[in-house]
Write a protein that binds this ligand. Sequence first.
Ligand SMILES: [Zn+2]
Length: 77
Amino acid sequence: MAHMKRQTVVDLVETVVGYANGFDRALVSSALSKAELKDLLLDENVEQCPGCRWWVDSSELLNEDDKIDGHCENCRD
Ligand SMILES: [Zn+2]
């Protein structure tokens, strides 16, 4: 991962958050392992929502009280 270009990282993140199957797409295009791709995403503050399984910016997983409530902005009531 140390050898990955910045633009490549940006493209991977855009793929993961932009498509329902974005994680799988990014896995194929990057040739990373699932764990490596997850680490890369975490470095970019992108995490999987426990509620709807969509990959979102980590800040979206916080509710109004800045607590993690298991939902993102898309699936929170
Ligand atoms: Zn969600």
